[in-house]
Design a protein around this ligand. Structure first.
Ligand code: DLL
Length: 357
């Protein structure tokens, strides 16, 4: 699949391959330069300058998150902290000691870092963070507000995939209403995932990219599986590149439960709206030929300490989710810290039906 001789390639990156076949992407030096340039634009759009201290807690190694934002941070001239993910208390120590002002990681890890900061007895006054650049997984507006509050920052979205280089294909500006696509490097189209037909601006469909400048691993109308909308509405930040909405989910992580299309993000919206946290897990199974939907949700520390009526709260939450989805889940409210935290991409769904098939 290479478009240049192997001797001109200087790097590979790769997906984890947990949900499908591993994708290995190849880069020439030119490819790396333009990828880092795209990531640098994201950092600048979040207010980054050479005065900033940029703490990169995306995974390093084969995953594109760490290397991409690391390179972008260098290009902007920030002091770069190549932390990778994990060892959360140490992350906070570095953040405090070195006065990090920009945090780059997955939104689920950002939420965990915020939780740990408060567990360690600190407040947002004890850190100097001002912005976060979070992506690599879907996250809702409600989750954005929670992270912004817990870390005292403005949280910006960043999007990309290994096949397109990695993060930085698109990024949010100060307006926070969609991500500007780096159109000088990537041509975007929205298609109907069933028919392949190109859809007009403003219609939800599958995002397709053609790379314009990549050398080793170019893409021609590559189907991302991500569902979103494009908009050319004038942006107050002055950038003229087209904006994509937050991906509403992947066409292949939409669950069909009892015949109803369910996106995990819909469930997350209800949970956060009702005052729960983003620590939840969705379990789907099939019992006697009927799909079951169980949602494990953590109580907040305050709810737990107040000793709320759990059975009643479960009923209320289940009914709010039913209103959103049209099907009834079984909700299980659990004590704080019961749901395993994520340092990278969060695993929100366990679909046991696939294991049986
Ligand atoms: O996740 C690249 C990346 C790293 C993006 C760091 C942003 C920050 P992959 O592992 O190949 O690459 O996964 C790509 O992740 O097709 C989307 O489904 C999802 N994704 C990436 N960014 C976002 C986002 C990296 N901001 C797949 N919102 C993509 C929602 C996202 N989903």
């Amino acid at each position: 699949m290479l478009a240049t001789p192997l001797s001109e390639c200087v790097r590979i990156q790769s997906t984890s391959g947990t949900t499908g076949k591993r994708v290995v992407a190849f880069y020439t030096q030119h490819d790396i330069d333009l990828w880092e340039e795209c990531c640098a634009r994201a950092i600048v759009a979040a207010g980054g300058t050479n005065e900033d201290v940029c703490q990169v807690c995306y995974g390093y190694g084969l995953f594109t998150g760490g290397p991409g934002l690391n390179g972008g941070s260098h290009k902007v001239g920030c002091l770069t902290l190549p932390m990778s993910s994990g060892n959360t208390e140490r992350q906070i120590q570095f953040m405090r000691d070195l006065g990090s002002t920009i945090l780059c990681c997955t939104p689920s890890y950002a939420a965990y870092i915020g939780e740990t900061l408060h567990d360690m007895g600190y407040t947002t006054d004890d850190i100097q963070l001002k912005a976060g650049i979070f992506g690599a997984e879907p996250w809702t507006e409600e989750m954005r507000r929670d992270i912004e509050k817990s870390l005292g920052i403005k949280a910006y979205d960043i999007y990309g995939l290994t096949e397109t280089s990695g993060p930085g294909v698109s990024f949010e500006c100060s307006e926070q209403t969609g991500m500007h696509i780096n159109e000088d490097h990537f041509l975007a189209e929205i298609i109907d995932p069933e028919t392949g037909e190109v859809l007009p601006e403003g219609t939800v469909g599958e995002l397709v990219f053609t790379s314009l400048t990549k050398e080793a691993f170019p893409l021609l109308r590559y189907r991302t599986r991500d569902l979103c909308v494009l908009s050319r509405k004038k942006c107050s930040c002055g950038r003229t590149h087209v904006k994509m909405s937050k991906p509403m989910g992947r066409s292949d992580d939409m669950l069909i439960i009892r015949g109803v299309n369910v996106f995990p993000s819909q469930i997350e919206t209800v949970l956060l709206d009702k005052g729960y946290t983003c620590n939840y897990q969705i379990e789907v199974d099939r019992v006697n030929n009927t799909d079951t939907l169980d949602i494990n949700v953590e109580l907040t520390k305050e709810q737990h300490e107040a000793g709320i009526d759990v059975t009643d709260a479960e009923k209320k939450l289940s009914s709010a989710i039913k209103t959103m989805l049209g099907i009834s889940p079984k909700v299980h409210l659990l004590p704080p810290k019961s749901v395993v935290r994520s340092e990278g991409k969060a695993v929100r769904v366990i679909d046991r039906r696939k294991l049986h098939d």
